[in-house]
Design a binder for this molecule. Structure first.
Ligand code: B12
Length: 220
């Protein structure tokens, strides 16, 4: 089976919400030498993009989306260790606290960002989903992190990102941290408008922004 066919099968497994096929094809991808990062970005994420598109056109409904998410997670569980091994950066570049912000349970994108940061040498403290803003700050203080990264796919949870920045100021620790935001409804313009330091349209951009922002801070 060709590598292109494997990537297509990964996308299809997410579209069809077939967790077994997603896991099986992920194993096949690794056996065949498909780059795990490529399997995620050009296989799984393509599938999820199609599901999102169909969901907004009411071609599929919430149960199908839930099954797609299960398939995606089953595949990520197999691909992530291989991706981290491939990244293999042993020198820690910086510390990040990450979480999906309060009110939101979407965590696939956040998990991918966390994985890519780890694969690029960051120490990542992932607080999961529906994370209150004070929990993000407390963890950053406790772990002496450099970056606080918040994700949301819900427009109704975006205001909590503004709360995060406000609470950092209120506590007098805003300057201690690089704050990055991202996820579906979040835009570069909005991120700048609320006073966040960084934004990323996807996982690769998130890593680049984290690296660049940290470099600037360390050069000060
Ligand atoms: C899968 C999914 C679900 C799954 C989530 C499973 C899970 N464990 O995550 C389930 C079925 C549970 C779900 C539930 C709901 N969902 Co939903 N869901 C989706 C769907 C189809 C795909 C999201 C996804 O995983 N994308 C794939 C990942 C890889 O992409 P991503 O998240 O965008 O992440 C990338 C970038 O954004 C970026 N990034 C992400 N985070 C961060 C953070 C930082 C710091 C940076 C720099 C970058 C970054 O990098 C990531 C990797 O490349 C979207 C549709 C869509 N077009 O997005 C709807 C969508 C997000 N859901 C939506 C809604 C409304 C809901 C529900 C409220 C539905 C309901 N009525 O119950 C509930 C949410 C309840 C809650 N309290 O949270 C809406 C949100 C609308 C809005 N703007 O507010 C969407 C857009 C669908 C739609 N068109 O209406 N959903």
């Amino acid at each position: 089976m060709s590598k292109v066919q494997i990537l297509d099968d990964l996308a299809d497994s997410v579209i069809n919400g077939d967790a077994e096929k997603a896991a099986g094809t992920s194993r096949k991808a690794l056996r065949t030498g498909v780059d795990p990062f490529k399997a995620i970005s050009e296989g799984l994420m393509k599938g999820m993009a199609k599901v999102g598109e169909d969901f907004s056109k009411l071609k599929v409904y919430l149960p199908e989306v839930m099954m797609a998410a299960e398939a995606m997670n089953a595949a990520l569980a197999i691909l992530e260790p291989a991706a981290l091994k491939k990244g293999g950066k042993s020198v820690k570049k910086g510390k990040v606290v990450i979480g999906t912000i309060y009110g939101d349970i979407h965590d696939i994108g956040k998990n991918i960002v966390a994985m890519l940061l780890r694969a690029n040498g960051f120490e990542v403290h992932d607080l999961g989903r529906e994370v209150p803003v004070d929990a993000l700050i407390n963890k950053a203080e406790e772990t002496k992190s450099d970056i606080i990264a918040a994700s949301t796919l819900l427009s109704t949870s975006m205001p909590y990102m503004e709360d995060l920045l406000a609470l950092l100021k209120e506590k007098g620790v805003r300057k201690k941290y690089i704050v990055m935001v991202g996820g579906g409804p979040v835009t570069r313009e909005w991120a700048a408008q609320i006073g966040a330091d960084g934004y990323g349209d996807d996982g690769d951009e998130a890593v680049k922004a984290a690296q660049e922002l940290l470099r600037k801070v360390k050069a000060r």
